[in-house]
Design a protein around this ligand. Structure first.
Ligand SMILES: [Mn+2]
Length: 344
């Protein structure tokens, strides 16, 4: 029995299309995914605004809320909560050059409209978190935007969201690059800086994705720890990543088990989840995966996360203390490897 409540986004189950090739699996209807998520033991679903309300651009504000209420009823039917809503700004023709930081005023207004609608949807779904993955906020050509002005525009956009709803919390999910070349807000440290510069830092925090930290050349467990030290880790996207390349969203723990262990360990040690935070997965099946195995990467991620939680619980802190005092880090390292190999 895990101490954690797990969440998952509908995009975790996808047809296998990538930048270089078409789909390799069938699309699975939204309700079927939700039913399966409940069966797999998830407690909550993560949403993009248009996961909850497809065709959002062509609906009125009232129509959007009505559509969101239908999704809430569907979640209730399967005993699931909504974790957050994230405006999906990167897919839209209005945000080719970015949303909050676009050079075009009309695009920036569109980004705010989608952000306000995301807040409306969150309210209808009964959740108080908005996640900003700033996919296209940065530069493809460095001289097109001032990093100073762009950073200020992000802070202004968040301030407007905080004004729009006095209870909403904004979580920035940092990523250093891809699809943008140079991101404006690439790490949890950047997120803490932006949070401090907003009008209500108590409502602006972070969501750390393992793969994004690795892409920044950082250890995810230290990014998690840094945010937790500030009381601002309000979400995680656990997954894995083989080195610094494109964002792979691999099954949690399959590339670097020790790094995965240390992510779970820091969450366990610091009481993550005690304020209702979810352990979110953001994992993709391999392109070779068949339709009938569409959920296997989720099952495997849960299995590894729970097994590592059990390892973290068994971690021998008195032995660790002894090793640290005698500066025998070699023995401590071998103990961790033995623990992970099932020899302890
Ligand atoms: Mn990712």
């Amino acid at each position: 029995m895990s101490r954690f409540q797990f969440s998952v986004g509908p995009w975790n189950v996808h047809s296998g299309a990538d930048s270089y090739g078409p789909a390799t699996r069938d699309e699975i209807p939204f309700e079927e995914k939700v039913k399966k998520f409940a069966e797999l033991g998830f407690s909550a679903v993560q949403f993009h605004d248009d996961d909850a309300v497809p065709n959002i651009n062509n609906l009125s504000e009232e129509e959007i809320k009505a559509e969101a209420r239908k999704v809430k009823a569907l979640l209730d039917r399967y005993g699931l909560k909504a974790e957050f809503v994230a405006p999906r700004l990167w897919m839209d023709p209005h945000t080719i050059d970015g949303g909050y930081m676009s050079s075009c005023e009309k695009d920036r207004e569109f980004a705010m409209w989608r952000s306000y609608r995301s807040i409306d949807i969150a309210n209808e779904l009964g959740c108080d978190k908005i996640v900003l993955w700033l996919a296209r906020e940065g530069t493809l050509c460095a001289e097109t935007k001032s990093p100073v002005e762009s950073t200020r525009r992000l802070i202004e956009a968040i301030d407007k969201m905080l004004d729009y709803d006095k209870k909403i919390k904004i979580l920035i999910e940092p990523k250093p690059n891809e699809p943008i070349d140079r991101s404006i807000c690439g790490t949890i440290g950047h997120v803490m800086g932006v949070s401090a510069a907003t009008k209500d830092p108590s409502r602006v925090g972070g969501l750390l994705e393992s793969a994004h930290a690795i892409l920044a050349g950082l250890d995810p467990s230290h990014e998690i720890g840094f945010a937790m030290a500030m009381g601002k880790l309000w979400g995680v996207h656990l997954n894995d990543q083989n080195g610094i390349k494109f964002d792979q969203d691999k099954t949690f723990g399959v590339e670097n088990l020790r790094q995965a262990f240390n992510q779970i360990k820091v969450l366990v040690e610091n009481g993550y989840g005690k304020n209702g935070e979810y352990v979110g997965l953001d994992v993709k099946a391999m392109r070779t995966t068949k339709t009938e195995d569409s959920y296997k990467h989720l099952e495997n991620s849960l299995r590894i996360a729970k097994a590592l939680e059990e390892k973290a619980e068994r971690f021998d802190y008195s032995f660790q203390k002894k090793c640290v005092e005698s500066r025998d880090f070699e023995a401590l390292e071998m103990y961790v490897m033995d623990l992970l190999m099932g020899l302890k």
